[in-house]
Design a protein around this ligand. Structure first.
Ligand code: FEO
Length: 396
């Protein structure tokens, strides 16, 4: 299926309602996703991006219903990752000589993935491609989300084709940002930023400021995943600037896993201590082994501080906690405080190991942590409550 966005731009992508994980098993997609591809018709015709490879045949067949493929003059590859370039081999079988416009890094990416010497035309920021009455202006956008990424801007219609940036893994028939459930949209947009773009926040900030400096009028942002931003498209740009600036809310998140519920009891007592000390702060508690890790990361992203707890096992920490610490380390959060806790029976290394993991992840670890042996009794639970209260004081 396809639908018209403006007189000259038609969406020709794919909605993937059944997708439940993305990047292999790395990213949960509770609401599916879309691979947005756009056909731009002026005196010349340009196709912007394709779709993920499992849908390559469907994509090409649908595109044929929309246009004689030979009438496509230019193919724009904003980003070579397979969710956008996956249908390119199938398409290029039909129109093998058509020029592909992309960055130098995208040529490496496409050649590395598909091993084809297509008619590549390398573009840089500020390069323009005339379509007749309108132009496409290219803007390199390194690290949003890969080194090869670029945006393109369509004059006349004033549309920014932003590829991954400003996207969401969110399948919807409603298409536009003003038509969908606003809570769902916000949740998917912040989850996407937290889990995918956090490590590149400095690039996000610099790129947005660069694009804003061009003073281009903006009617719409056509992303490559999720909704098209047509109602006040600047709102997602402003939101990205906030998210890219060491974002935090007045929230403390407690993450734990527990072999025999002792570390869980500690976590709940710590939570009680936080609430007793600060009636305003939002506190959330997650058993890491029973919670989607990307949802946890979204909560960490929103937090000003986190507490991480694990039982000690085999002189170390539980594998779920090791996994989330690695996830957190890779995302490179900044300007957040943390502390560790855990119950043990014999050796008790978990608290020290968690503290080290948090420091490696860029967190300010505010104390040596709290470790308790065996099952916490009333006195031990009071210690946990005090530990929670003291953690709140670290923000004063
Ligand atoms: Fe949607 Fe970086 O690919």
């Amino acid at each position: 299926m396809s639908f018209k966005i403006t007189d000259s731009v038609t969406w020709v992508g794919k909605r993937d309602w059944e997708l439940r994980t993305f990047h292999g098993e790395e990213y949960s997609t509770h609401r599916g996703s879309t691979y947005n591809s756009y056909l731009v018709r002026d005196e010349k015709v340009a196709l912007i991006d394709t779709v993920w490879s499992p849908y390559d045949e469907e994509f090409v067949e649908n595109l044929k219903k929309e246009i004689d493929l030979n009438q496509i003059d230019y193919i724009i590859v904003n980003h070579g990752e397979v969710d956008h370039s996956g249908a390119l081999p199938k398409l290029m079988q039909e129109i093998p000589d058509k020029p592909i416009y992309c960055t130098k890094n995208a040529v490496n990416s496409l050649k590395g993935q598909y091993h084809k010497d297509w008619n590549f035309n390398i573009v840089k920021t500020g390069d323009k491609l005339s379509l007749g009455s309108k132009e496409l202006i290219f803007i390199e956008a390194r690290m949003l989300h890969w080194p090869d990424t670029m945006f393109c801007y369509l004059t006349g219609d004033n549309i920014l084709f932003s590829n991954d940036a400003f996207g969401q893994h969110y399948a919807t028939e409603q298409v536009y940002n003003d038509l969908v459930d606003q809570c769902e949209l916000y949740q998917e947009a912040i989850k996407y930023y937290a889990n995918i773009l956090t490590p590149f926040s400095s690039f996000v900030r610099d790129k947005i400021n660069e694009v804003l400096s061009f003073n281009l009028p903006l009617n719409m942002i056509c992303t490559s995943h999720g909704v098209i931003w047509r109602d006040n498209p600047a709102q997602i740009i402003e939101q990205y600037l906030k998210w890219a600036d060491n974002y935090q809310e007045n929230q403390i998140t407690i993450l734990y896993d527990s072999m025999w519920n002792n570390t869980r009891k500690m976590a709940e007592a710590i939570m009680a201590g936080i609430i007793a000390q600060d009636k305003e702060v939002v506190v959330k508690l997650f058993n890491v082994s029973r919670t989607d890790k990307n949802d946890i990361i979204t909560e960490v992203f929103k937090s000003k501080g986190i507490l991480v707890g694990s039982s000690t096992i085999n002189n170390g920490i539980l594998s779920s906690i090791a996994g989330i610490l690695e996830e957190i380390r890779g995302l490179g959060f900044r300007n957040k405080k943390a502390a560790a806790f855990g119950s043990y029976g014999w050796s008790g290394q978990s608290v020290k190991m968690i503290s080290e993991g948090l420091k490696a992840g860029g967190f300010e670890v505010v104390n040596e942590g709290l470790k308790l042996s065996w099952t916490p009794d009333e006195e031990a639970l009071k210690k946990c409550e005090k530990f929670g209260s003291q953690f709140v004081n670290a923000f004063k």
